[in-house]
Design a protein around this ligand. Structure first.
Ligand SMILES: [Ca+2]
Ligand SMILES: [Ca+2]
Ligand SMILES: [Ca+2]
Length: 334
């Protein structure tokens, strides 16, 4: 009986080691080693936008949506498993969510007025979006099941382009609350404490704010910021100070987004005659184009598995397995 018990514990221990390492190596093999960039392109259906995903080097392009109506503004869930987006596939523009492989569509909003530009909160629980259901642009937030809608801006001005700070405490957005010109503002995540960050001069405007992964900077697009150009990428401190220009090209550069390493920015430019995704270092150097297709490519959104940011080998995780083995061994020598 004692031998049998020992044998049973030994067997269980071996199973734990083997299955644990199998799981770890399996998970390890599945984790993407490159940042994933969701974007919108009309490359298959001329004039119609669908959502695609590619690796950060522009390789491995996969088409996720395939519908006659435009699908736009992809936004990753923080765990990378799902993508929220805007589509006009039903009566009016609504917000949908799908798995990151393009399966399992669900509609989250249901209102005759347009709803769009979803942005997933860093804690994964909410989605901020823009709607004209109150007859002007407002930023709303809802739970990820589409319930519990709240109007965050509640202002007669046009409020749009919400961007969560990485800690989820603030939302940057674009508004003309200060007059006719659109500028970047920031508010607490409950809509309180609105602060203006940029002060464009006519006929300028500032759009597309997006926070750096460390929350210290905000990249944005400024149109005619210097009175000469049609759109360039800028970066400023999160309090609005020290704005500086990163791109300098007469063609429009717009829609910046940070790669999760905080060292590179992906953006859209039409400098080649049609819109393409480009990538550059945060000092504006090392510019390369990621897409190279005559159709329009735009609206990049990045995601990176935080666990893939450092090398994690099954060997590193082995103490976890051994911890379980110790538990079994306690039983063995009881
Ligand atoms: Ca709607
Ligand atoms: Ca408004
Ligand atoms: Ca293109």
């Amino acid at each position: 009986m004692r031998y049998r018990q020992k044998f049973a514990y030994l067997l269980l221990g071996l199973i734990t080691i083997v299955s644990g390492d199998f799981l770890l190596s399996h998970v390890f093999a599945q984790a993407p080693t490159k940042a994933q960039i969701a974007f919108v392109s009309s490359r298959v259906r001329q004039g119609g936008d669908d959502i695609y995903v590619m690796d950060e080097d522009g390789q491995n392009i996969r088409r996720l949506t395939e519908h006659l109506s435009d699908d736009r503004y992809p936004s990753w869930s923080p765990d990378g498993r799902r993508i929220a987006f805007e589509s006009g596939r039903d009566v009016s523009d609504e917000i949908y969510v799908m798995d990151a492989d393009g399966k399992n569509f669900r509609r989250l909003t249901n209102h005759i007025m347009a709803d769009g530009f979803p942005r997933w909160s860093p804690d994964g629980r909410e989605i901020a979006f823009v709607t004209i259901r109150d007859w002007n642009w407002e930023i709303y937030v809802m739970d990820i099941d589409g319930k519990n809608l709240r109007n965050l801006t509640n202002h007669g001005a046009q409020d749009g382009f919400p961007a969560w700070s990485p800690d989820g405490q603030n939302i940057a957005f674009v508004s003309n609350q200060g007059g006719k010109i659109r500028d970047v503002y920031v508010m607490d995540a409950d809509g309180k404490n609105v602060r203006r960050l940029t002060r464009s001069k006519r006929p300028g405007k500032a759009l597309h704010p997006v926070w750096s992964p460390d929350g210290r900077k905000i990249a944005f697009t400024a149109y005619r910021w210097d009175g000469q150009t049609e759109g360039n990428i800028y970066v400023m401190n999160a309090d609005g100070t020290n704005a500086r220009r990163l791109t300098d090209h007469p063609a429009p550069d717009f829609s910046p987004t940070w790669l999760p390493d905080g060292q590179r920015i992906v953006f859209v430019s039409s400098r080649d005659g049609n819109s393409e995704l480009y990538i550059m270092d945060i000092d504006g150097g090392n510019l390369r184009n990621l897409t190279n297709h005559p159709a329009g490519d735009a609206e990049p959104a990045c995601w990176f598995d935080p666990n893939a940011a450092r090398p994690v080998s099954p060997a590193e995780k082995r103490p976890f397995t051994w911890g379980w083995v110790k538990e079994w061994r306690k039983g063995l020598f009881r």
